[in-house]
Design a protein around this ligand. Structure first.
Ligand code: SAM
Length: 291
């Protein structure tokens, strides 16, 4: 990653959110009006063109699905699911939100319901420099907002967070969205251990993850092509993890599993007019609570 540039995958995720921000309610429950502002200039033109697909939703929806192999819709659904996790945590009195690998996540600027929360955004310094520049004229809507530069593979999470004002005795929502698949196993285990050490009982940990690739992505040529694309983007998949394996890892660190869902579950909840069987189900979301 280059200084002053966002990670390529964080830009793609923001692009998906910007496209689905313009979708009619039938196809999306995601609202991210900030996403368009965060997208690198070279991608903005494409995004504007793809947003036009919603002018004729009955054609645009399947076309967007085809172009992105279902990935844009998956991101939109996961955004809605995680928004709901964040709002429920705030309603239960949790006042600290730590976003691990925040990328171009705009919740601190847009998500109504978390206004009383202090948000810590953790990411590589390169992505953060870019995001700071892009958000210069947007005010966060949360109580406090801090950028904390980190590399999960090398840095100590708690020390960095405490320097920024984090209180480890207070309940926290930890959010790791679209990140675990880029972390080698030792970095993932170490991050979970550090989150355990920094979490008061009743804290929550929401992690999206890729179990071994299945369906169309499990077919060897598709799987290999996808891996090559990720390698070219310099963000290879290093952290594919089975559901039972991740649940064991969390249980070993005092987190009990509350829910574990995937995009068809979110489609049933948020876009009931869409057939859940047609929704890509690659990425799962586990939510666990610290004992
Ligand atoms: C696919 S993006 C997801 C961003 C954001 N969570 C979202 O859903 O919009 C992955 C993010 O993880 C960050 N990341 C990956 N590996 C990391 C590491 N070792 N240390 C810090 N950040 C990392 C990248 O910089 C990038 O912003």
């Amino acid at each position: 990653m280059q200084a002053g540039h966002a990670s390529a995958t964080s830009s793609l995720v923001a692009m998906a959110r910007a496209i689905f921000d313009k979708a009619p309610r039938t196809y999306s429950a995601t609202h991210d009006p900030i996403a368009m502002k965060l997208i690198p200039r070279r991608m903005a033109q494409w995004t504007t063109a793809l947003q036009k697909a919603w002018n004729v939703p009955a054609l645009g929806y399947p076309a967007l699905k085809l172009i992105s192999l279902g990935l844009f819709e998956q991101v939109a659904l996961r955004t809605a699911a995680i928004d709901s996790v964040a709002i429920m945590a705030a309603q239960s009195g949790i006042k600290q939100l730590v976003i691990l690998g925040a990328g171009l996540d705009a919740r601190a600027y847009r998500l109504k319901g978390i206004e009383q929360t202090t948000v810590y955004e953790l990411d590589h310094p390169a992505t953060q420099q870019y995001k700071k520049r892009k958000t210069q004229d947007v005010a966060p809507l949360v109580r406090e907002h801090h950028f904390v530069a980190i590399d999960f593979a090398h840095d100590r999470l708690l020390a960095r967070l405490e320097d920024a004002g984090f209180v480890s005795g207070e309940r926290t929502l930890w959010l790791m969205e679209g990140v675990s698949m880029y972390l080698p196993r030792p970095a993932m285990e170490d991050t979970v251990a550090q989150v355990q050490a920094a979490s008061a009982p009743g804290s929550r940990f929401a992690i999206t993850y890729f179990p071994p690739l299945a369906g169309v992505f499990g077919i060897a040529p598709v799987r290999i092509t996808l891996r090559r694309i990720m390698e070219r983007m310099k963000e290879p998949f290093l952290g594919i993890i089975a559901t039972s394996d991740l649940h064991r890892l969390l249980a070993a660190h005092d987190f009990s599993i509350a829910t574990d869902e995937y995009p068809p579950d979110w489609a049933r909840r948020y876009t009931p007019a869409v057939n859940p069987k047609t929704v890509l189900g690659l990425e799962r979301l586990v939510v666990a609570e610290k004992q």
